[in-house]
Design a protein around this ligand. Structure first.
Ligand SMILES: Cc1cc2nc3c(=O)[nH]c(=O)nc-3n(C[C@H](O)[C@H](O)[C@H](O)COP(=O)(O)OP(=O)(O)OC[C@H]3O[C@@H](n4cnc5c(N)ncnc54)[C@H](O)[C@@H]3O)c2cc1C
Length: 345
């Protein structure tokens, strides 16, 4: 019999993140398709009761918790000890976990301790006649593989954003407390604070409904023979503030910073979308002043509805890369869009 364990850590406020609910959806779906299986939940954090209660109506039959202040922060030594203890106590054969930075760091180590195997970047799990398979992409999302494994426990790290979140109703969960003895050596590392950019400076928003891509055209000479970078910057910033979209970029635009040219000050290589950049997941995408070449658009694989604004009717977007291409001046279009959005707020 497979024992499918959803393994999650709670957030600092004791809640379950969206990515944990997505992993729970995978675990519950897998449990449904494997005839002889049980679903159990393991939670790690300072206090896990409210997180367990929030999903109490899911099909899990048992809840395990490693609880306490020592487990509130992301720390390799305590996280591996806690995860290992829950896996051993629950007898898990399949461990489904969200691919958060915290779990990505530790679960390969836990798999090693338990003599199991781990697969990362999973975006699909299925079962046929009791045979479990996982899907993941290779070679910058160009090839998709379906993998089976005989080894157990099998750890599966589910890519956030690739699955619907489990919408199970709340209730009261009865949690079995798993006690983990920690030596002082396990607690040597302490998180003393979190440094993060101000909310406005944070332009990469994985949960945003819209991916807004800027291309090198924003910095090129325009119809009057002059570049208009400060104006471009103002328009893009304004749109991001009004729409809360996530900001992506072509490689050409982010590379310009390294070449000392005038560029948009808030862009970095982290914003780059494409073959040598990111492959984010958003329901919609709008590309502006970007040509839509293959090495760029390959990064749009998981963007469902695609639109582009380009002066060139023969740009790459017109060749099957976008659902809608507006052949127009992006400066004019975005000025109007910002006016309309501002009027709505
Ligand atoms: C191995 C390899 C890996 C690569 N990896 C990546 C990658 O990961 N990501 C990536 O993006 N690229 C990548 N590239 C580069 C890629 O091939 C393109 O060179 C790059 O995407 C072009 O960027 P761009 O479209 O912004 O610039 P350009 O090609 O300069 O296009 C600018 C566009 O702006 C339009 N434009 C100008 N003014 C306006 C206006 N006012 N209104 C509307 N449109 C306007 C122009 O018509 C033009 O189409 C890679 C290339 C190689 C060889």
């Amino acid at each position: 019999m497979e024992t499918i364990l959803l393994l999650a850590h709670t957030e600092t406020d004791g809640s379950l993140a969206q990515s944990a609910r997505e992993a729970l959806h995978v675990a519950a779906t897998l449990h449904k398709s494997v005839a002889v299986s049980q679903l159990v939940v393991g939670l790690i954090g300072e206090n896990v009761q409210s997180a367990a209660d929030a999903i109490a109506a899911c099909p899990a039959t048992k809840y395990f918790g490693v609880i306490g202040k020592d487990f509130s922060q992301s720390r390799y030594a305590t996280d591996t000890a806690a995860a290992e203890a829950i896996c051993r106590t629950s007898g898990a054969t399949v461990v489904v976990a969200p691919a958060t930075s915290r779990w990505n760091r530790v679960l390969a180590g836990v798999a090693q301790r338990l003599g199991g195997h781990v697969d990362t970047h999973i975006n699909g799990v299925s079962a046929n006649d009791g045979k479990i398979a996982v899907n993941r992409w290779y070679y910058r999302q160009r090839m998709e593989a379906v993998l089976n494994r005989k080894q157990r426990p099998w750890f599966m790290l589910i890519d956030p954003g690739s699955q619907p979140a489990c919408q199970s109703r709340s209730g009261t969960a009865s949690i079995k407390n798993v006690v983990v003895e920690l030596s002082d050596a396990c607690k040597r590392t302490t998180v003393i604070g979190v440094r993060e950019p101000a909310a406005d400076a944070q332009t990469i928003r994985p949960d945003a409904q819209l991916l807004f891509v800027t291309g090198a055209g924003w910095t090129k000479k325009q119809a009057d023979g002059q570049p208009h970078v400060p104006e471009a910057e103002k328009l893009i910033r304004g749109f991001l503030q009004l729409s809360r979209a996530s900001l992506g970029s072509s490689k050409s635009l982010v590379d310009q910073s390294g070449e000392g040219q005038a560029i948009l000050s808030f862009l970095s290589h982290l914003n780059q979308i494409g073959q040598t950049g990111a492959t984010p997941r958003h329901p919609k995408g709008l590309s502006t002043c970007c040509h839509g070449e293959e090495p760029h658009t390959v990064g749009w694989r998981f963007v469902a509805e695609r639109r582009a604004i380009n002066l060139d009717p023969n740009c790459g977007w017109a060749r099957g890369k976008a659902d809608v291409l507006y052949v127009a001046d992006a400066f004019k279009v975005m000025t109007k869009v910002n006016e309309l959005l501002a009027a709505k707020t």
